[in-house]
Write a new protein. Structure first.
Ligand SMILES: Nc1ncnc2c1ncn2[C@@H]1O[C@H](COP(=O)(O)OP(=O)(O)O)[C@@H](O)[C@H]1O
Ligand SMILES: [Mg+2]
Lengths: 317, 252
């Protein structure tokens, strides 16, 4: 006890014995140490897990990497029977669905951000729209896929007939529409949050120069929060790239490069979901793991790109 | 040059049911500086914000009574026009952080979608910054963002931004309370110079400041205007007991 007193650096030696309750903290140094170790352990574990995932993916893709090298990325044939594995159709499929989904979600998420971040900040309507948007994020992916099959597919089939395309119903566009709806809540909620962070006195300054609400939003609020808005869009793109279940149900699962947006195709996630069960030789498994690695790298690049943009655009002060 | 430019008649302002401005009748004189003083919470900011109708951004604020600008009912004109005629400078310097100094000065035009020639904008920028006594310091940095400026310079930039719209009246809400003494005296000198072209209404907590720069002083207490008159008269011979207490440093 006495020792701890001195070690703690507490030099109040003259303190009377009648007030020990405040100064006597039992074993606080030890507790502090244990607490820190527990936290550190969790942090290190996460690092190990991530490192382990990357390493095991890398290790397991060695056979495929060795056999195909760079041609894995530019090869446009995926033929397990003849042991030919080229990922280009899936890379293109992933890029197309991701981009289209973003395009479809953007007007909605942008409008909802502004609606909730600027127009209806409080009140019944606001919390109703907010809850509904959050609910959109909570719907399980398989339900989106199911809904897409029964409601979006017939509509797209009609559209395809009008345009004279082959009426598959399923395909890149169908998957993108559903995916676009799925990612609305992500960019919308981040957009709303960053718009709410725009300092009120900046908006008041703009209003007192005679600006209208639209002009304030356009000239002050959006420029101020643009990096956050972009962060939200990028986050939602990351989500779109990796989305598996709904896309697998709706994309048509064709292993060739899609000729147009109506054509069936395949994303990296959907081809893995389609074939991991039936893959039984080492090379096929290895090729799919390499696909997984590619998806991981793509997500990492997007993340990095997003952070870079945010850093460049961010407002100082 | 003489005469009344802005008048309030039986003005009441309520936040929901709370009365923040209680039956204020005041005549602001053209090309003069009028100081509004009083202990905090007495309704100075509320009164000021009615004069360019920025109070309407707060849905709970309700105004009763009349405000006349050049004899015209200010509450019946388009608020957007009112705000171009009656500019405002805030307590905390708030230049737009996403814009350059140049763009900040002409932000009123940009915001309102008013397009002018580059040469015309150049002229407005130079003229406004000179009026705000900031031109010499920033003329070589016009296209940098205003965020690197000192607090006092930022506040002068905000004054330039308001002046660029060529307002008739300039409202300032404790514009120097966040600034150091040197920046404060810069701004005081500037305001005295500015009253040649624009009517100035300034809320201030600082007695000495009101004494130094204002021509008229008004004193508010619990939402009421309890004293209004020429500054030297109010300072030397206040009619109201609360004013006297305030002037002798008994509160506030
Ligand atoms: N947005 C608001 N909502 C409700 N009450 C307010 C609001 N702003 C000010 N008030 C109240 O109105 C009164 C006057 O405030 P204000 O005009 O800010 O005084 P001052 O600027 O003189 O300090 C205060 O009692 C304050 O609490
Ligand atoms: Mg105030």
């Amino acid at each position: 006890m006495e020792n701890q007193y001195l070690n703690s650096g507490d030099k109040n030696i003259g303190v009377e014995k009648s007030t020990p309750n405040i100064l006597h903290k039992k074993n606080w140094k030890l507790k502090e140490k244990i607490f820190k170790i527990v936290l550190l352990f969790a942090g290190v574990t996460i690092l190990l897990i991530i490192g382990g995932i990357i390493l095991s993916l890398l290790f397991s893709s060695i056979p495929s990497l060795k056999k195909f090298g760079f041609s894995f990325i530019i090869g446009n044939e995926w033929d397990p029977v003849n042991e030919k594995y080229g990922a280009l159709p899936f890379l293109i499929g992933t890029a197309m669905t991701g981009f289209l989904a973003l395009l479809i979600s953007l007007p909605f998420s942008f409008s909802i951000s502004i609606l909730l971040g600027e127009y209806f900040k409080k009140g019944l309507l606001s919390s109703f729209i907010k809850t509904m948007t959050e609910l959109l994020a909570g719907i399980p992916s398989v339900i989106y896929g199911f809904w897409g099959l029964f409601f979006v597919v017939p509509i797209i089939r009609n559209v395809e007939m009008i345009f004279g395309a082959i009426p598959y119903g399923v395909g890149i566009l169908t998957a993108s529409i559903v995916l676009g709806i799925m990612i609305i809540p992500y960019s919308a909620s981040i957009g709303r949050e960053v718009l709410e962070l725009v300092p009120n006195d900046l908006k008041e300054a703009a209003y007192s120069l005679g600006a209208t609400r639209y002009e304030v939003i356009k000239t002050v609020s959006i420029p101020y929060s643009i990096s956050g808005i972009i962060a939200g869009i990028i986050l939602s793109l990351g989500r779109a790239l990796g989305e598996t279940m709904a896309v697998t149900m709706l994309i048509g699962n064709m292993n060739s490069i899609p000729e147009n947006i109506f054509a069936p195709g395949q994303t990296i996630a959907s081809i893995i979901a389609n074939q991991f069960n039936e893959a039984n030789n080492e090379l096929h498994i290895s090729a799919m793991i390499e696909l997984g690695l590619l998806l991981l790298v793509m997500s990492a690049i997007i993340n990095f790109l997003g952070k870079y943009i945010i850093k460049k655009l961010s407002v100082e002060g | 040059m003489e005469g009344t430019i802005l008048t309030t008649k039986d003005l009441f302002v309520y936040y929901d049911t709370k009365c923040a401005v209680n039956n204020v009748n005041i005549e602001f004189q053209k090309n003069k500086i009028t100081a509004i003083m009083g202990p905090s919470g007495c309704g100075k900011t509320t009164l000021l914000r009615c004069l360019n109708r920025i109070h309407e951004l707060n849905p709970s604020a309700k105004v009763e009574g009349k405000i006349l600008l050049h004899g015209e009912d200010l509450l019946a004109i388009d608020p957007i026009l009112v705000r171009r005629k009656v500019g405002m400078v805030f307590q905390r310097p708030n230049p737009f952080p996403t814009m350059s100094i140049y763009d900040n000065v002409i932000s009123g035009y940009k915001l309102n979608g008013i397009r002018l020639k580059k040469s015309e904008f150049d002229e407005i920028v130079e003229d406004s910054l000179k009026k705000a006594a900031l031109w010499k310091e920033v003329q070589h940095d016009l296209h940098k963002r205003g965020t690197f400026l000192s607090g006092g310079q930022q506040q002068r930039l905000c004054i330039a931004r308001a002046l660029a719209m060529k307002p008739d009246v300039l409202l300032l809400d404790e514009p120097t309370s966040a600034l150091d003494p040197i920046s404060t005296s810069h701004i005081e000198e500037l305001l005295v110079e500015l009253k040649k072209t624009v009517t100035i209404i300034i809320v201030t907590h600082n007695l000495a400041q009101a004494g130094r720069i204002s021509d008229y002083t008004s004193f508010m207490y619990l939402g009421e205007l309890v004293e209004f008159g020429a500054t030297d008269k109010v300072f030397t011979n206040p009619q109201n007991e609360q004013t006297e207490r305030f002037l002798t440093g008994k509160f506030g």
